[in-house]
Design a binder for this molecule. Structure first.
Ligand code: FES
Length: 138
């Protein structure tokens, strides 16, 4: 049965924003889902003075929803502070995509986790405490 994807999911899947890598990134994070095997990697360029994320790129080996979630999530944190980026939830990403099919919600979790891991990498490199990650069931 074909899943019912929103026009926004299709747009971000067919035409994803911020695909790629950042050389000498200030933070790099990866998240994977052992059930489906999808993997997402996020690269951050952070301005040391303002703590603003000046650039963000992703590489996702995964399903359409994972790619659309990475694209939307990177758009949502670009130009934000590291704190604002930390507060981005997977449900906000799914909402910005006009929703994901229920069995695809875990794909947006991958984006939240990859961003958190990248932000923690940034924190660790700058002598800050790493924040424990919350684990979503799905
Ligand atoms: Fe696993 Fe989408 S099916 S991330």
């Amino acid at each position: 049965m074909a899943l019912d994807y929103s026009a926004k999911v299709m747009d971000h899947f067919m035409n994803p924003r911020n695909v790629g890598e950042i050389a000498n990134a200030d933070g790099v994070g990866e998240a994977g889902n052992p059930k489906c095997g999808d993997i997402m990697k996020i690269y951050l360029k952070v301005n040391d003075d303002t703590k603003i994320i000046e650039d963000v790129k992703f590489k996702t080996f995964g399903c359409a929803s994972a790619i659309a979630s990475s694209s939307m999530a990177t758009e949502m944190i670009k130009g934000k502070t590291v704190q604002e980026a930390w507060d981005l939830t997977n449900s906000a990403v799914a909402e910005a995509l006009d929703g994901l099919p229920p069995i695809k919600m875990h794909c947006s979790v991958l984006a939240e986790e990859a961003i958190h891991t990248a932000l923690n990498d940034y924190r660790a490199k700058h002598g800050m405490d790493v924040i424990p990650l919350e684990h979503h069931e799905d």
